[in-house]
Design a protein around this ligand. Sequence first.
Ligand code: SF4
Ligand code: SF4
Length: 172
Amino acid sequence: MNKLSYRMINIGKRPAGLLGVEELFSRLYDGSCRPEDSDTGDRIIRGISQYNFIPQVAIKDYREALIEEYARYYQKRSGGEGLAAIEYGSWRGYPREHISWFPTVSADLCNACGKCLEFCSYGVYALAEVGRAIVVEPFLCRVGCSFCETVCHPKAILFPPRKMLEDYQPIG
Ligand code: SF4
Ligand code: SF4
């Protein structure tokens, strides 16, 4: 069996490492599944559960986060993007996608001022229609950088404890 893709996605307010997201999204897109279809959430949960454990109490959060993620994927593919895999590089010899260092935006605190987007030139952030900044490319964030935190006056941007990098152990 081919090695499955692995990536971190913010579920609720915490990052979770998930296997097989890219493959699932690609199958759904090829099967004409649209993010707004009523059964998309169930199809995503069924698909992602094949390779990942999803706690029963967190299914709603997983569903919401993954539909949002799929909507971004769908938009990119519909616009002719997204087929070429992004090369995220590595950190200390480990694949970048294995390192859960990236910002999280508090939906309650963000006032959509856009300063984080102006400040970070790596394309980590986007402004969502819901009126707040969202992290769209977590693995383009430079491991160990947290500069954008300083431009966010409402303090809506959070990072993992730096110690997590000092204690990093490879997965698997
Ligand atoms: S700088 Fe802070 S408040 Fe402004 S858009 Fe970014 S996260 Fe939201
Ligand atoms: S920490 Fe640095 S690289 Fe990461 S999103 Fe903020 S400014 Fe961009």
